[in-house]
Design a protein. Structure first.
Length: 250
């Protein structure tokens, strides 16, 4: 794709302060978009991401937001559109991940995962929809390979991401023809800041890489490139779930 393909456009990445969200925000900025991010518990990380966006010559904004809260989401969308004056691309990235045996998951645990992972994209997209429709915009949801293939130790997470995949397709139908809606579903993505030697993280990463046809694990930048494809590519592509897993799910 040519450089600055998103020049003159504005994007919002929920949970954009760090890790995959940061990589997405920076990729959109490199493509020329002004980028807003939301954060909940990462003010220092969000400041660093803002500096990265600004260094690319784009306007940047960080808004504290709890995507589980209707009032918080409404306030965040108002803040972003008031500053940028428009919204062309929404990336629903904010999510939580937890490991737990299915038989021991409490109701509180189950609800906490769904509140962020499924309710969040619904609320943020609903509030942003008038601006996205006006801009003939794009929504990119972040799903998961776990929403396609069941992971026994993460059943509440997998179920929530499967809900995101179906929500993507429902939104694609409901919001057409003005807004295209797609989903990127990452597989095993390495997060260096989460790699704890005591947990055997290196061994686990090696095992997944060996099982992956391309013989490596994914990076946050791999996910960001897929998001950019949907954000800047043809609006005729909608309702699609794109796995970014190096073939792990085959």
């Amino acid at each position: 794709m040519p450089d600055q393909i998103l020049s003159g456009k504005a994007a919002l990445v929920t949970g954009g302060a760090r890790r995959i969200g940061r990589a997405i925000a920076l990729a959109l900025a490199r493509a020329g978009a002004d980028v807003a991010i939301t954060y909940r518990k990462s003010p220092i990380d969000s400041s660093q991401t803002l500096e990265g966006i600004k260094s690319l010559g784009c306007r940047a904004l960080a808004v504290e937001c709890d995507v589980r809260s209707e009032d918080s989401v409404r306030s965040a969308i108002h803040a972003v559109t008031s500053i940028f004056g428009r919204l062309d691309v929404l990336v629903n990235n904010a999510a939580v991940f937890e490991t737990a045996p299915l038989e021991s998951i409490s109701l509180e645990q189950w609800d906490a995962v769904f509140e962020t992972n499924a309710r969040g994209p619904f609320l943020v997209t609903r509030e942003a929809l008038p601006f996205l429709r006006k801009a003939q915009g794009r929504v990119v949801n972040i799903g998961s390979l776990g929403g396609i293939h069941p992971w026994a130790g993460h059943s509440h997470y997998c179920s929530s991401k499967a809900a995101v995949h179906m929500l993507t397709q429902a939104m694609a139908k409901a919001f057409a023809p003005e807004v295209s809606v797609n989903c990127v579903a990452p597989g095993w993505i390495e997060m260096p800041d989460l790699a704890d030697p005591k947990d055997g993280a290196a061994e686990i990463a090696e095992r997944f890489a060996a099982r992956t046809p391309v013989r490596r694990n994914g990076t946050a930048e791999d996910v960001a490139e897929a998001v950019l494809f949907f954000a800047a590519g043809s609006s005729f592509v909608t309702g699609q779930i794109l796995t970014v897993d190096g073939g792990l799910g085959l």
